[in-house]
Design a protein around this ligand. Structure first.
Ligand code: UD1
Ligand code: MG
Length: 447
């Protein structure tokens, strides 16, 4: 059965105290909306419709930047979760399949959980709601169950004392066929002219029409909704502990897991070792047997088998590190390919460059890739040796097995096998050092 996802993201999120729309705040390097969209992509939803409202243009632009195929619809006035879903009806008019409603501010729902809901639907339940045990249940809607039948969802504010004592709560995630969902919502809207249209009210009406409603359970952490910055921090912590545990389960060693921060899309191979205080921004893939030493910061980069990174390394967007290469302390690499077995051991900046296999980049080498207006690329061949404290003024080409003397400022190409030295020639004057020092000491003594 085909599946569509409707993500509700129209809310103002005023408790975030932010100029940024709530669903654009990030957890694990990705916006809250991006998490919900990622989840939709993982269950291979055929269609994703996002209901936007407050700062809708910004939210739409973000959604399209993540997936140009998503549809966004504007809910001008926030008249309730049911009204929001109804705004997606037009986009799903011809859709003959199941719809899952997700909230844009609930980033931790797992695709496996949605799959369980779809499986439950396939077994003949007309409406499947995702519930969780909350202690205490607080302001959540309560799921009123009778054996396996979900009879109704009662909002905390409308609940009787007995209902308020129920700890089985509504996450907000609902699954039904498009046809059933919109038929029921139309009825809710008709009954509720003027007031808010609650998505949750479809359950009671469905029961009155003899439809089968049920709820499945997930962990409370999955349904964590973000309303405040404190919630955002909670969601981050919950994401991180899950991601670390999964990485370790898949064969990653973390000496101090609680100090390692992963992104939603971080890919780590087997037998990768990560020392304390390592940060992964978005877009990092790491092959097997890589060692990432303490205090390194990585984003948008790829690290091949057996490479050793850090301590204190910074890999930025477009850093491609080859097999068994070494990137040592206080080395920053951006938009550069480092071929296998190359070594960049200490205190270097490599930007917009290609470093050939087995080449050694000495301490303090800087690629001057920016002339103040444009970026330029330099290429260093295989097996070359760039002496310490050299400035490579891009664009230049340095051939295979070339040698550059330390302290050089290289502005011209160096052919293969050549030696280039570009610095003032050393002058040595016999006895002059001591004479100069004696004179200075005498001057000081006379003062
Ligand atoms: C909702 C549920 C409640 C559940 C809780 C879980 C209803 C009536 N209540 O309550 O049972 O326990 O979520 O967190 O559904 N939104 C729109 N347009 C609107 C209203 C809301 O897009 O007109 C979006 C919000 O941006 C948000 C989501 O829908 O992403 C949920 O809305 P919210 O107001 O937070 O609902 P709750 O009161 O938390
Ligand atoms: Mg809420």
């Amino acid at each position: 059965m085909a599946t569509a996802i409707v993500i509700l993201a129209a809310g103002q999120g005023s408790r975030m105290a932010s100029e940024l729309p709530k669903v654009m705040h990030k957890v694990a390097g990705v916006s809250l909306l991006g998490h919900a969209m990622h989840c939709a992509a993982r269950i291979e939803a055929e269609k994703t419709v996002i209901v936007v409202g407050h700062q809708g243009e910004q939210v739409s632009a973000l959604a399209k930047s993540i997936d140009p195929d998503v549809e966004t619809v504007l809910q001008k006035d926030q008249n309730g979760t049911g009204d929001a879903v109804l705004h997606a009806a037009e986009s799903l008019r011809d859709f003959d399949g199941d719809v899952i409603v997700l909230y844009g501010d609930t980033p931790l729902v797992q695709p496996e959980t949605l799959q369980t809901m779809l499986d439950c639907r396939a077994k003949g339940h007309d409406i499947v709601v995702l519930g969780f045990e909350a202690q205490p249940p607080g302001g959540y809607g309560r799921l009123v169950m009778q054996n396996d039948v979900l009879k109704e969802i009662v909002e905390a504010a409308d609940a009787s004392e007995t209902q308020r004592a129920i700890s089985f709560c509504n996450s907000g995630v609902v699954c039904a066929s498009a046809k059933t969902l919109f038929l029921l919502l139309d009825s809710v809207a008709k009954q509720n002219t003027g007031g808010e249209v609650y998505l949750t009210d479809i359950v009671k009406i469905a029961n009155s029409r003899g439809l089968a409603c049920t709820a499945i359970t997930c962990a409370e952490s999955e349904t964590l909704g973000v309303n405040t910055r404190a919630d955002l921090a909670k969601a981050e912590a919950a994401f991180q502990s899950g991601a670390r545990a999964e990485a370790m389960q898949n064969g990653v060693t973390m000496t101090s897991p609680e100090t390692v921060f992963l992104a939603l899309d971080t890919v780590l191979g087997r037998d990768v070792t990560i020392e304390p205080n390592v940060f992964f921004g978005p877009g990092v893939t790491v092959e097997n047997n890589v060692e990432i030493r303490a205090n390194s910061h990585l984003e948008g980069c790829h690290i091949s088998n057996g490479a050793i990174i850090g301590p204190f390394a910074r890999l930025r967007l477009g850093a491609e590190i080859g097999g068994n290469a070494r990137v040592g302390n206080f080395v920053e690499i951006k938009a550069s390919q480092i071929d296998q077995d190359a070594k960049i051991g200490h205190l270097a900046y490599v930007g917009d460059a290609h470093i050939g296999a087995e080449t050694n980049i000495g301490a303090g080498v800087i690629f001057c890739n920016y002339d103040g207006v444009s970026k330029h690329k330099s290429v260093i061949g295989k097996g070359a040796f760039i002496g310490s404290n050299t400035a490579i003024v891009s664009p230049v080409h340095i051939g295979d097995e070339a040698l550059v003397g330390s302290g050089s400022v290289i502005t011209k190409d160096v052919p293969a096998d050549a030696l280039a030295i570009a610095r003032a020639r050393q002058e040595t004057k016999a006895g002059m050092g001591k004479r100069l020092m004696d004179r200075l000491r005498n001057l000081k003594a006379k003062k």
